[in-house]
Design a protein around this ligand. Structure first.
Ligand SMILES: [Cu+2]
Length: 144
């Protein structure tokens, strides 16, 4: 089971690199209120939260996240109070998903710099329908 999921993820990754769909056919996903918690020092783990909206008639998965700033970004869920890595975050057809503390989030490891409140952290979100969305997460003081 686990292996199958990994293969699917790899397939999706290749799909992004080889087959970018024409832009007009896309634009089903939108993002609101992307934030990232500030850190005291470089390398301190932090997390990104946002709301994802899907206007399409089919479910879409957030499959990968990248940043132009050096850091390792990983999709995370939360199970029994512990964080677990996730292959993809599904946004239901005509629906929303909220990434929030204690739930789904984008984990940020190994950031090359500390993130100061008031700043921005650039993100590129890659979806399994071929959509690619660039956002700037607002750096906010840690809360909760
Ligand atoms: Cu996490």
């Amino acid at each position: 089971m686990k292996k199958e999921k990994t293969m699917r993820c790899i397939f999706k990754t290749l799909f992004f690199m080889t087959a970018l769909l024409p832009l007009g056919a896309l634009a089903k996903i939108s993002v609101t209120n992307p934030i990232i918690f500030a850190t005291q020092q470089a390398g301190e783990p932090t997390a990104v939260f946002m709301e994802l909206h899907n206007d399409g008639n089919e479910a879409v998965n957030l499959a990968m996240v990248q940043s132009s700033q050096p850091a390792n970004l990983v999709l995370h869920g939360t199970q029994n109070g512990k964080m677990i890595t996730s292959d993809g975050i599904e946004i239901p057809a005509k629906g929303n998903v909220k990434l929030k503390p204690g739930g789904l989030h984008i984990m940020v490891f190994d950031s090359a710099t500390a993130l100061q409140a008031g700043g921005h952290f650039p993100l590129t979100l890659l979806f399994d329908n071929g959509e690619k969305i660039q956002v700037k997460a607002n750096v906010v003081k840690y809360s909760q």
